[in-house]
Design a protein around this ligand. Structure first.
Ligand SMILES: NC(=O)c1ccc[n+]([C@@H]2O[C@H](COP(=O)([O-])OP(=O)(O)OC[C@H]3O[C@@H](n4cnc5c(N)ncnc54)[C@H](OP(=O)(O)O)[C@@H]3O)[C@@H](O)[C@H]2O)c1
Length: 296
C-alpha cells in the first residue's frame, strides 16, 4: 500500500532489499499501479540488494532470483551488494531473513564466511542482461556501504563496473572524498538516512537518541525559513545539489509529498557549505556492536 501510494504521488525510484523482508508486498503495490495505468514498468526504477549470507556465487544467484520473483516485475533495475561483509550461509528454509543473526531469536551473531568480494561481484556481473547474456534479470549492478579501498579493488577487475554506490549520507556524515572518488569513476552516489538520526530513533539506537535532531538545528531551521521550505526539504536539497540521489522514506502522505517537492528551490553556495560544516563523521548504520567494525 505504501509503495502504491508513493507511485500515485509521483515516486518512481523504489529502494528495496532482501533484508527489508517486504519485497513481495512492495512488488504487489508496483503491479497494482501498473495495472491501473498509473505508470509503465519502464517508468520505474526498482532496486534490491544481496544480503551478507549469500555472497558465494551460487547463493548470490539463488537469493537474487528469489528476490526478483518476489517483486514479480520481470527484472530489477539495480542490484547492490548490501554490505562488504560475507557471513556464513543459512539455508533459506531454515531462516529466511537472518539480518546479522543466525537464529530467529536474534541471540547468535552469524560468523564470517571466507568469500572474497571478487567472487560476489562476478556473480552479479553474470546477472546483468546483455546481448551475450539475454537471460540476465538485472539491468545494472552496484555496491552499498563500500569504502574507497574496496571500490578501487572492484574497479581493478570489474568487467561491468559498479553503476551506483549507496551510502549513509547526511550533514553529520558528509564523506566528500568518497563521493568524489565514486563520481570521478562514473559511479552515481545514492544517500540513505538523509535525515540523520531520525530513522534510528524507533530502533532505540543509542547514538541516535543522544544526537540533536537535524530538523531542530538553528542552521537548518533558518535556511528553511528563508526559502519558505521545511527542514526536511532543505536536507534533501543539500543532497541533490551535491549530486547525491535521495531515497527518503515516509509513511505519511503529507511528508511524502513534501519530500517529492524538494527540488523547486536552490540553496546558495554559502548555505550548502554551512550545512556541510555540520559534519562530525557520525555514522549511525554500523555493525560495531555485533563485532563487525566494517567502517573502521
Ligand atoms: N543501504 C543501506 O544499508 C541502507 C540502510 C538504511 C536505509 N536504506 C534505504 O534508505 C531509505 C531511507 O533511509 P532511512 O530508512 O534511514 O530513513 P530516512 O528517510 O532518513 O528517515 C525516515 C524517517 O524520517 C521521517 N521523515 C520522512 N520525511 C520527513 C520530513 N520531511 N520531515 C520530518 N520527518 C520526516 C519518517 O517518519 P514518517 O514516516 O512519520 O514520515 C521516518 O521516521 C530506506 O527506506 C532504505 O531503502 C539503505
Amino acid at each position: 500500500m505504501a509503495v502504491y501510494q508513493a507511485i500515485k504521488l509521483g515516486y518512481r525510484y523504489i529502494d528495496g532489499a532482501w533484508d527489508y523482508t517486504n519485497s513481495a508486498e512492495a512488488g504487489e503495490g508496483v503491479r497494482r499501479a501498473i495495472q491501473e495505468g498509473i505508470v509503465k514498468r519502464e517508468d520505474l526504477f526498482i532496486t534490491s540488494k544481496l544480503w551478507n549470507n549469500y555472497h558465494k556465487r551460487e547463493h548470490a544467484f539463488e537469493q537474487a532470483k528469489l528476490e526478483n520473483e518476489a517483486w514479480g516485475l520481470g527484472y530489477l533495475d539495480l542490484f547492490l551488494i548490501h554490505f562488504p561483509i560475507s557471513l556464513e550461509f543459512i539455508p533459506f528454509e531454515e531462516l529466511r531473513w537472518p539480518c546479522f543473526w543466525s537464529d530467529k531469536e536474534q541471540t547468535k551473531v552469524t560468523p564470517l564466511a571466507k568469500v572474497p568480494i571478487s567472487e560476489t561481484w562476478k556473480a552479479l556481473e553474470d546477472m546483468v542482461q546483455t546481448p551475450e547474456n539475454p537471460n540476465g534479470f538485472v539491468r545494472s549492478i552496484g555496491v552499498s556501504n563500500f569504502q574507497a579501498q574496496l571500490i578501487y579493488d572492484v574497479l581493478s577487475y570489474a568487467k561491468i563496473p559498479p553503476s551506483v554506490l549507496q551510502i549513509e549520507h547526511h550533514p553529520y556524515l558528509t564523506q566528500p572524498d568518497l563521493i568524489k572518488l565514486a563520481q570521478d569513476n562514473n559511479i552515481a552516489v545514492t544517500g540513505y538516512s538523509t535525515f540523520g538520526p531520525q530513522s534510528f530513533l524507533e530502533m532505540n539506537h543509542k547514538g541516535a537518541l543522544k544526537t540533536e535532531s537535524l530538523f531542530e538545528l538553528e542552521i537548518i531551521k533558518k535556511i528553511a525559513e528563508k526559502h519558505g521550505k521545511t527542514p526536511g526539504q532543505v536536507l534533501l536539497r543539500w543532497c541533490t545539489q551535491r549530486n547525491v540521489i535521495v531515497i527518503p522514506k515516509s509513511n505519511n502522505v503529507n511528508r511524502l509529498k513534501e519530500n517529492l517537492d524538494s527540488t523547486s528551490f536552490d540553496l546558495t553556495e554559502e548555505e550548502l557549505n554551512l550545512i556541510s560544516s555540520l559534519d562530525r563523521g557520525l555514522r549511525f548504520n554500523n555493525s560495531n556492536s555485533l563485532g563487525f567494525p566494517i567502517f573502521a
